[in-house]
Design a protein around this ligand. Sequence first.
Ligand SMILES: N[C@@H](CCC(=O)N[C@@H](CS)C(=O)NCC(=O)O)C(=O)O
Length: 237
Amino acid sequence: MYELYYWPTIQGRGEFVRLALEQADAEYVDMARKKDGLAKMQALLEGKNGLTPPFAPPFLRDGSVVIGQTAAILFYLGERLNLAPRNNIQRLWTHQIQLTISDLITEVHDTHHPLSVDLYFEEQRSAARRRAKTFREERLPKFLNWFETILDRNESDRHCLVGRSVTYADLSLFQVVEGLGYAFPKAMRRTGRNYPRVATAHGAVGQLPRLRSYLDSDRRFPFNEDDIFRHYGELDA
Ligand SMILES: N[C@@H](CCC(=O)N[C@@H](CS)C(=O)NCC(=O)O)C(=O)O
């Protein structure tokens, strides 16, 4: 039984791990959503039980193994949940894609918190507008173009980023496109149409039966303005 630790009220980075666990039909407990779960999460963060302390949520516990960093968790789970290629080089390539998705997530976060995580959005609004403009006009197209190129070059199956089966990176790309569509609907409508393979891959993942049933369940929290993907009209254009 895997234990997933993440903040209990948002999708956040925990969602990237959740999607992999759900798609694989893995047995797991979302620990912080349980009674006393937050205290257990804190104890692990402080290394109180002798296990390696992760820096921040999300982290995964599998018996005596504790792993932090979203991309590292997915690297660990990918092999075990059959959501990663068998070949080592391909596995590393999948990890590389995931690390780049992590960079993108940080850049999305920084559109609404460009100065400091200690300040509310309203206290850094003007910097946020500038940051979001650069994100929409330069960074977003650069990232989407990179995913489009990878899909286009994958001759085994252009619906998948790597090889011919769904990997955790495909699930994460799905989540990123969902989140971007929520946070930047106008920019995504305008820019998104330049990336047809990304759109097709997103659509295909959204139809995977196990994933779909998770997305339609009450375990899937809605996007909201306390999360990473936030919709502020003034940051979209
Ligand atoms: N690079 C880490 C970032 C982890 C992270 O920033 N976690 C946030 C929640 S999404 C957090 O709780 N951070 C607390 C902190 O950095 O002190 C990852 O990809 O997992």
